[in-house]
Ligand binder design. Structure first.
Ligand code: FAD
Length: 379
């Protein structure tokens, strides 16, 4: 077992850290306040290769390994989780799904632009009445011969308005239940496709989360990903990879809050000494550092297994479960260490605390991760 990163991995980590400090940090509080999508920042991320990191260079991707992706996600998420969710969805749900299962024509048409940020992608599985239970898809894609007729509503869609390419899961053959679901590529501007309201969220307020409405949208058959009825397997398999992204996002939120708390604890004085001299604060820092290291190791374990072509369903779920809990615990304690200053926006930790919560909910709640893990350990 080798715990050393390669020079290339370290270079990616340094580039992400530099980008986060110079491009994301300025304005991050204002974007959160105004719920403003980081348009310019995402464009630059695309130019630097952060939006298609693991995709083959022949589709304009970075050809990097999942370990580099974890390192970059952590650095970006330390500063701005609203930007890192765009990065995570585009990399691990949209680009990875299309690269693995799309036709060559789909890859040339969509993937080559998604990897550079020329286009942004969205992954559309959740519905008003189908969240954790994703088999209950109400959106329908009726087979009309040369095309599908798409009707229904998706909600909570990340990049809902900023995307141009949407992978939409829809039920074609209800008798076959989840084996009747298809994954279809929808383009913004298709007749009958309307982007609905933007959600006013607790955290990741810079990201745009929307409902989407489809009314008699004609989707050409060539826009289906994989074979007829492959949509549910496509979604579940792709979400497995996505969990490494969200686990690393949670890790970054935790380590960002920890770094701020550590620094603050060395500066702030109470009862004649720096607060880090009080054992109560030291123990909080010790817990934070230990949990963050454990979360990072779980993320890297899942990433290494993915890079080795092994099944990482259990490890990805463990990484997400643990890292998201660590993000919650660490950010709450980071606010506590900051005292009253932690409760105001200027010090960043209250935003990180709000951002942390979503990592326990999207791409499978913590309860769902426990279902995945227990299913694997009981096999
Ligand atoms: C900001 C944001 C962005 C999102 N982005 C996307 C996106 O880009 N694409 C997309 O498709 N979706 C997206 N989602 C949706 C997200 O994945 C769902 O919200 C999530 O899967 C939970 O579904 P739900 O909200 O319907 O909750 P429910 O499934 O109704 O769950 C409610 C509660 O019940 C628990 N529960 C449910 N079933 C079980 C069970 N069997 N055992 C134990 N507990 C259970 C859950 O863990 C949860 O605590 C996003 C959500 C948010 C808030």
């Amino acid at each position: 077992m080798n715990f050393e990163f390669t020079e290339e991995q370290l270079a990616v980590q340094a580039a992400a850290r530099d980008f986060a400090q110079t491009e994301l940090l300025p304005g991050v509080i204002e974007r959160d306040n105004k719920q403003e999508f980081p348009t310019e920042q995402i464009k630059k991320m695309g130019e630097l290769g952060f939006l298609g990191m693991m995709t083959d260079p022949k589709y304009n991707g970075g050809g990097m390994d999942a370990v580099s992706y974890v390192l970059a996600m952590e650095e970006i998420s330390k500063i701005d989780a609203s930007s890192s969710v765009v990065m995570s969805v585009n990399n691990s749900l949209v680009c990875a799904g299309l690269e693995k299962h799309g036709t060559e024509e789909q890859k040339q048409k969509y993937l080559t632009k998604l990897t550079t940020g020329e286009q942004i992608g969205a992954f559309c599985l959740s519905e008003p009445e189908a969240g954790s239970d994703a088999t209950s898809q109400r959106t329908t894609a009726v087979d009309m011969g040369d095309h599908y007729l798409l009707n229904g509503t998706k909600n909570w869609i990340t990049n809902g308005n900023s995307a141009s390419v949407y992978i939409v899961m829809a039920q074609t053959n209800p008798e076959k239940r989840h084996k009747g679901i298809n994954a279809l590529i929808i383009e913004k501007g298709m007749d009958g496709f309307v982007v609905g309201k933007k959600e006013d969220k607790l955290g990741i307020r810079g990201s745009d989360t929307h409902s989407l409405m489809f009314t008699d949208v004609k989707v050409p058959k060539e826009n289906r990903i994989g074979a007829e009825g492959f949509g549910f397997s496509f979604a579940m398999g792709t979400l497995n990879g996505g969990r490494i992204g969200i686990a690393s996002q949670a890790l970054g939120i935790a380590s960002g809050a920890y770094e701020l708390a550590l620094k603050y604890s060395k500066e702030r004085k109470a009862f004649g000494k720096e607060i880090c001299q009080h054992q109560a604060i030291q123990f909080k820092l010790a817990d934070m550092a230990t949990n963050i290291d454990a979360a990072r190791l779980l993320c890297l374990q899942a990433a290494v297994m993915k890079d080795q072509g092994k099944d990482f369903a259990k490890e990805g779920a463990m990484a997400k479960l643990f890292a998201s809990q660590t993000a919650m615990d660490t950010t709450v304690e980071a606010v506590q260490i900051h005292g009253g200053y932690g409760f105001v926006k200027e010090y960043h930790v209250e935003r990180l605390m709000r951002d942390a919560k979503i990592t326990q909910i999207y791409e499978g709640t913590s309860e769902i991760q426990k279902i995945v893990i227990s299913r694997e350990v009981l096999k």
